[in-house]
Write a protein that binds this ligand. Structure first.
Ligand code: CU
Length: 168
């Protein structure tokens, strides 16, 4: 019992390790997703990589998150038909592809009148070397790689440990 509960705890812990591979960017930090906040300044100096997550926090009903696919719609705050609105109040978007990404609030005139809009550029997963930034990134490519190897090392350990348990 003692060793199997240890194994379960260890396995659960190993499952959470991949979460440190990607960075979660809390949009607006403690202000969250709201009106009259300068999201362009917020995004400056941050590096967004494929695999990272954007977290939009706001009181549900008060705002929404619309993913906009082109810059002119973003500038005009136009809401193209068929765009999926996220409305949970804790919307997590995983950045799946590199390139420019645009997000606006779809409630009322929050985008037009209160600047509730965010544009970011997503870099490739290991792209920090190809686009050097004067600001040091929060987590370097080397650190990401070492986290990855630690994770795979732990996974291998779990597999071996499971095998030992089966033999007992
Ligand atoms: Cu809003």
């Amino acid at each position: 019992m003692g060793s199997s509960s240890f194994f379960i705890i260890f396995a659960i812990a190993a499952c959470f390790v991949p979460s440190i591979l990607a960075i979660e960017h809390l949009v607006g930090d403690d202000k969250g997703w709201t009106t009259n906040f300068d999201y362009q300044t917020w995004a400056q100096g941050k590096e967004f990589h494929v695999g990272d997550k954007l977290v939009f926090n706001y009181p549900s009903q008060a705002h929404s998150v619309l993913r906009i696919s082109d810059e002119s719609s973003f500038k005009q705050c136009s809401k193209p038909d068929g765009v999926l609105a996220l409305t949970s109040g804790n919307d997590v978007i995983t950045l799946a592809t590199p390139g420019k990404k645009w997000y606006i609030c779809g409630v009322g005139k929050h985008c037009e009148a209160a600047n509730q809009k965010l544009a970011i550029t997503v870099l490739p997963q290991d792209g920090s070397a190809s686009s050097p930034s004067p600001n040091s990134p929060p987590l370097s490519a080397a650190a990401r790689a070492s986290f990855a190897s630690v994770y795979y090392g732990l996974s291998a350990f779990v597999v071996v440990f499971l095998g030992v348990l089966n033999m007992v």
